[in-house]
Write a protein that binds this ligand. Structure first.
Ligand SMILES: *Cc1c(COP(=O)(O)O)cnc(C)c1O
Length: 428
């Protein structure tokens, strides 16, 4: 779909919806009501909507718990002792990995720390962490505290790559320059797959290659990438990655998170880790031996037994992903954001001065479905009006509105309606 054939009309948006092979997936989700009407939900990048099957999946586990008590570990419909084993195959498809490279566990920031314990091993020579400026705050705190944990000063350790003067996002060459400049001293290069603020997709394979050429490990926080863009973690040779499941993966508030560790590291005993019993060899786990013997897959990084209720919600959502197909979803996500960019251009063109500056790259390879708008005029007023009229969007100080039309439940018509509200509010 080329943007030069788009039209900013309701009939055209409805036609795109009618031609959309994924349109029926919207009926699988609860769409929140605002003023008694289905809202236009553009915050699937923050908390994805609830699949209608989730309650049943969770209730099944509650029922099995009621019926079996502790015996549910072995006799539940999906036995809890091995519950996490239902995930690697489908999650591997979503992030482009081998099943043994995947484990579903904990929460995102916890996984980031666990993986940094394994892959951030500063020495006197190599101790720097190269990351994006304006990384999500939790990641910044994780990087700083990891430096402190090793007795280092975060200010010496952390190299933030910023956009060049006058640009709203980072160029790949800026990142490569930083890696080149600090290469000998760099222990870890870590970026978001998609920057949460600008929606920019980083060139992960190129970054990873450069990090390895410099002798550093390379990891990605995929909070805004998993379920949104095409990923090939295994082929890109990424060392590790982690993500949450409550954004594009629709698995509920604080849902269980995921982690990826590349095959080449799975049985490397020089890569140390924080250990727990659920990472221990399954055959001998209940012998309760003293010696930790890690499972030779990503599961070997598990600490605790599975949070089954939260995992049941994850399963409900992943079954929808499996049915829709991640590649179809990624394609529609790009089409939605392309249409949104077109509509925003149209709006800007109707005013004598530009009212919205898009800070997400226009290049299709550098964005997923999120588009971030820097509001040049009356930003907060327009945002409040949107919320009042049933558009749920996300406001970031000082003046940014993040809009994420997600392919599973958003329509092209949502984008058209959104554009109409903005246009109306700007003329008042
Ligand atoms: C959403 C998000 C988080 C949130 O971390 P939790 O541990 O899930 O609370 C962290 N990092 C990034 C990049 C995020 O987008």
């Amino acid at each position: 779909m080329e943007s030069n054939i788009f039209k900013n009309t309701q009939a055209f948006a409805q036609q795109l919806d009618a031609e959309d092979a994924l349109r029926h997936f919207r009926e699988r989700f609860y769409i929140p009501l605002v003023n008694g009407k289905e809202c236009i939900y553009f915050t699937g990048n923050s908390l994805g909507l609830q699949p209608k099957t989730t309650q049943d999946y969770v209730l099944n586990e509650l029922e099995d718990w009621a019926n079996y008590g502790v015996e549910g570990h072995f006799h539940a419909r999906t036995p809890w002792v091995s519950y996490h084993e239902i995930f690697p195959e489908i999650v591997a498809e979503i992030v482009g990995a081998l099943p043994e490279e995947i484990v579903v566990m904990n929460q995102l920031t916890v996984n980031l720390h666990l993986l940094m314990i394994s892959f951030y091993k500063p020495t006197q020579q190599r101790y720097k962490i190269i990351c994006e400026a304006k990384a999500f705050p939790s990641d910044q705190y994780a990087f700083q505290s990891q430096a402190l944990l090793h007795g280092l000063n975060p200010a010496d350790v952390i190299i933030e790559v910023s956009p060049k003067e006058g640009r709203s996002y980072i160029e790949t060459t800026d990142i490569l320059e930083a890696i080149q400049q600090h290469g000998n001293e760099t222990a870890l290069v870590i970026f978001g797959g998609v920057n949460y603020y600008s929606g920019q997709v980083f060139d992960m394979p190129t970054i990873c290659k450069a990090a390895h050429a410099a002798g550093a490990f390379c990891g990605f926080d995929l909070a805004h990438a998993a379920g949104n863009i095409a990923l090939e973690l295994h082929d890109w040779q990424v060392d590790f990655a982690c993500w949450c499941s409550y954004k594009y993966l629709n698995s509920g508030p604080g849902g269980v998170a995921g982690a990826f560790i590349h095959e080449k590291h799975l049985s490397n005993t020089s890569i140390t880790r924080l250990a727990g019993w659920w990472g221990h060899d399954k055959e001998s786990r209940f012998k309760m031996d003293k010696t930790f013997q890690p499972i030779p897959t990503a599961e070997g990084w598990q600490l605790s037994n599975a949070p089954v209720l939260s995992m049941a919600a994850h399963k409900a959502s992943l079954d929808v992903f499996k049915e829709a197909g991640i590649h179809h979803l990624v394609q529609k996500g790009k089409q939605l954001s392309a249409y949104l960019l077109f509509v925003l251009n149209e709006i800007n063109a109707t005013f004598s001065e530009k009212i919205i500056e898009v800070i997400t790259p226009y290049n299709e390879n550098e964005r997923g479905c999120q588009v971030s708008l820097l509001m040049l005029k009356d930003g907060r007023k327009i945002f409040d009006a949107l919320m009042q009229q049933g558009v749920i969007a996300d406001w970031r100080e000082p003046n940014v509105i993040r809009i994420a039309p997600v392919p599973l439940y958003n329509r092209f018509e949502d984008i058209y309606q959104f554009g109409q509200i903005i246009k109306k509010e700007c003329t008042q």
